[in-house]
Design a protein around this ligand. Structure first.
Ligand code: GLN
Length: 396
């Protein structure tokens, strides 16, 4: 008998390999390059938050948390939704704590997608969405967004803006879910209220749900506002709104996220969550509940990151890269069309090895690996690191 199951059964995810984030971070470490590839802060979180976690560890909060999350944290999040967006969720039945946004995205997709369902995916798309759709038997239906400077093929829209007519044409009786990500990774694009209205008009009379990945909800620039899908009444009642403390409090390694959704959706969401992870790390949840009591901890983020974005871009202006300033997230995409005709993956490898700066090639976020000669840099780094990186990049 053949003991290797992959010789007799094909892989459930034949196109999936190791993620680009792992590949590029490993290469950056091996070569000693400045790592602007994988998105994570290069500085530490607040000592106050660390001390809160320590206190809860010492006090013995070390056993399973409730399946849905620690009540104090769910209540703090529900209060945050009221303060920030004036939207009420019942912390008991409509807010769930998860092991990172990644888990929440998987649980939400699994809660609603059945074999044969179609799911609208705007690409470039974060890498965890499509595998989750496919593992549930769904079919991704792509809306391809391209940078503005591209002489775009017919199906592409300009500067990553959404052609809502095209979206309308892609919706069928089989469409069950639409994935939204604002502020967007990797392009930094931020949805406007017009985008929200357009989406609402398209789905209001249909059995279509929405997963809205809003992990960068607190990182917006130039006085922009985050328009959460929970602020639109038509969308609110059919959307899983997902967030992550990793981005907001510089703790990507702690993997704590959350999901707001109306009761019927949360009921189904929790059925999946309880068998994916059951519950999320206990002492950190208590610490976060305390830490959230001071809204300054997230309200100062736009100014904090605007300084970093502007510092990095001031340096990059001396280079031959072209860019439009990012609207949100801690990513900046740049075009290198004036510098090289190399494929973006190859340039990303060469930059790491020869120039000493690691980036993410944006083609990896497209299912057909569309190469618009664009790289993504993460500017969540110390000022000195950003200045040095821009300096190195200007030599190219
Ligand atoms: N979200 C991060 C990024 O886009 C990476 C997270 C991961 O490595 N899975 O770079």
């Amino acid at each position: 008998m053949n003991k290797d199951p992959l010789k007799t059964r094909s892989s459930k995810l034949p196109h999936v390999g190791t993620t680009i984030f792992t590949v590029m971070s490993k290469l950056a470490t091996e070569t000693g390059a400045i790592n602007l590839s994988q998105g994570f802060p290069g500085f530490d979180c607040s000592p106050e938050l660390v001390s809160l976690v320590e206190q809860y560890l010492q006090k013995g909060f070390n056993q399973y948390a409730p399946m849905t999350g620690v009540p104090a944290l769910r209540e703090a999040l529900a209060q945050k939704a009221v303060n920030q967006y004036n939207v009420s969720y019942d912390p008991e039945t409509e807010v769930t704590i998860t092991s990172g946004a990644t888990e929440a995205i998987f649980a939400a997709i699994t809660a609603v997608v059945r074999p044969g369902d179609e799911v609208i995916v705007f690409e470039p798309a974060y890498d965890s969405y499509v595998p989750a759709i496919e593992l549930n038997g769904g079919t991704p239906v792509y809306i391809t967004l391209a940078p503005a400077n591209e002489s775009a093929p017919e199906t592409h829209t300009a500067d990553y803006t959404i052609d809502w007519q095209l979206v309308a044409e892609k919706i069928t009786d089989k469409t069950r879910l639409i994935l939204v990500n604002t502020p967007h990774n990797p392009t930094g694009r931020v949805w406007t209220t017009t985008d929200l209205d357009q989406l609402a008009n398209l789905i209001q009379d249909r059995a279509i749900w929405v997963v809205s990945d809003e992990v960068y909800e607190h990182i917006l620039f130039d006085c922009r506002k985050h328009h959460s899908l929970m602020t639109h009444p038509v969308l609110q009642e059919r959307t899983f709104v997902i967030g992550s403390f990793g981005k907001t409090f510089h703790i990507t390694g702690w993997k704590v996220g959350y999901c707001f959704a109306p009761r019927p959706l949360t009921t189904e969401f929790r059925k999946i969550h309880q068998y994916l992870t059951f519950s999320t790390v206990t002492p950190i949840q208590y610490a976060l509940a305390d830490y959230l009591k001071n809204p300054d901890h997230y309200l100062q983020l736009p100014a904090f990151y605007q300084h970093k974005r502007d510092l990095f871009l001031d340096g990059l202006r001396q280079s031959r890269f072209r860019f439009r300033t990012t609207e949100g997230s801690f990513f900046q995409t740049v075009s290198y069309a004036d510098i090289s005709h190399e494929p973006d993956y190859e340039l990303a490898l060469r930059l790491t090895k020869e120039i000493g700066v690691a980036a993410i090639p944006v083609s990896v976020f497209y299912h057909r690996k569309n190469d618009y000669r664009v790289l993504r840099f993460c500017f969540a780094k110390d000022d000195a690191t950003l200045i040095e990186a821009a300096d190195r990049l200007s030599k190219l």
